[in-house]
Design a protein around this ligand. Structure first.
Ligand SMILES: [Zn+2]
Length: 261
C-alpha cells in the first residue's frame, strides 16, 4: 500500500522565478506516484474479483477488508491530486509575481484547506463518484452475479449532506446491462470501451464500423461520436466477461439434460 507522499517545500526562504523549475520538478514527481496508485488499484481490483469468484460472494469479511483497502487508495489518489494542484497554483503565482514571500505557508494552507474539504465529503461523494471505485465494485459484482450491478449508491448508505443533492445524473454504475456488443451483438471477449460514453464493443466489429472517420455510438439512445482514438482496450471488462463465461459454462454443464454425449 503506497503511503501518501508527504511533500512539503523545504525552503523557508522566498521562492523566486528560478525556483519555478524546482516546483515544476516536484509537480512532475507526482506522475510516477499517481501511476503507482493506479497500478495498486488495478491489482487490488483483480485480486478482489478473483477472491469473490472463488468465494462466490461479496458478502463476507474478506471483501469488507479489501473494500476498505481500495477506499484508502481512492483517498491517496485524491490527496496526490490535491497536493499537485496546490503546487501548480504556486507555480502560476511564481510566474505572475517576482517572489512568493512565504511559499511553504502558502502551499501548506492551500493544501490543508483542500484536504479538509475532501475528508468532510460524504462516503457517496468520495467513492460513489470515483470511476475507479465503481469499476472495483463492478468487477467484484460481476465475479458473482450475472445481472447488471445496481447503482453504486445502493452500496453506500446516505449520510448527512447527501440528501440535498441526491442527483441521479451524477451517479455512475449500473450501466453495463449485458456483455454483448451493441453493434454486432457478439459477446465482449475482446472489448474496447468508449471514452466519451459508458459503452463497450467487440473490438473487431466496432473498428470496422467506425473505420477511419467518425460514427455515432451504436448503443440505443446514445448520440456520442466514436472515432478510432476514443476507443480504448478494456482488460477489466474482458476479465468480467471471462468470469461470466465460466459461470455460464458451469451452469450448462451442471444442468441435467443439456449434455448431449
Ligand atoms: Zn455510447
Amino acid at each position: 500500500m503506497p503511503e501518501a507522499t508527504k511533500l512539503k517545500p523545504q525552503a523557508a526562504a522566498p521562492l523566486d522565478r528560478d525556483s519555478a523549475a524546482a516546483v515544476g520538478q516536484m509537480i512532475a514527481g507526482y506522475g510516477p506516484h499517481e501511476d503507482t496508485i493506479r497500478q495498486a488499484m488495478a491489482s487490488l481490483e483483480e485480486a478482489t474479483s478473483d477472491l469473490c469468484e472463488v468465494e462466490e460472494t461479496i458478502d463476507n469479511e474478506a471483501f469488507v477488508q479489501l473494500d476498505a483497502d481500495y477506499r484508502e487508495l481512492v483517498d491517496a489518489q485524491a490527496e496526490a491530486k490535491t497536493r499537485k494542484t496546490s503546487l501548480e497554483a504556486l507555480l502560476r503565482r511564481l510566474e505572475g509575481e517576482p517572489t512568493v514571500l512565504d511559499p511553504a505557508t502558502e502551499y501548506s494552507n492551500l493544501t490543508c484547506e483542500q484536504l479538509e474539504a475532501y475528508s468532510a465529503l460524504t462516503t457517496r461523494k468520495k467513492y460513489g463518484q470515483s470511476q475507479e471505485y465503481v469499476s472495483f465494485r463492478e468487477s467484484a459484482w460481476a465475479a458473482v452475479e450475472d445481472s447488471a450491478m445496481p447503482p453504486i449508491n445502493e452500496f453506500l448508505p446516505a449520510e448527512q449532506g447527501d440528501e440535498d443533492d441526491d442527483d441521479d445524473d451524477i451517479q455512475v454504475g449500473g450501466t453495463r446491462q449485458d456483455y454483448k456488443c451493441p453493434y454486432s451483438a457478439k459477446l465482449l471477449i475482446d472489448p474496447v470501451s468508449s471514452t466519451g460514453c459508458p459503452h463497450s464493443y467487440d473490438r473487431e466489429s466496432i473498428l470496422s464500423y467506425v473505420g477511419k472517420g467518425e460514427k455515432v455510438c451504436p448503443a440505443s439512445a446514445c448520440n456520442v461520436k466514436l472515432s478510432h482514438r476514443s476507443l480504448k482496450p478494456d482488460p477489466r471488462l474482458a476479465k468480467r466477461v471471462a468470469a461470466y463465461r465460466r459461470r455460464e459454462e458451469s451452469r450448462i454443464l451442471s444442468a441435467p439434460g443439456t449434455m448431449i454425449e
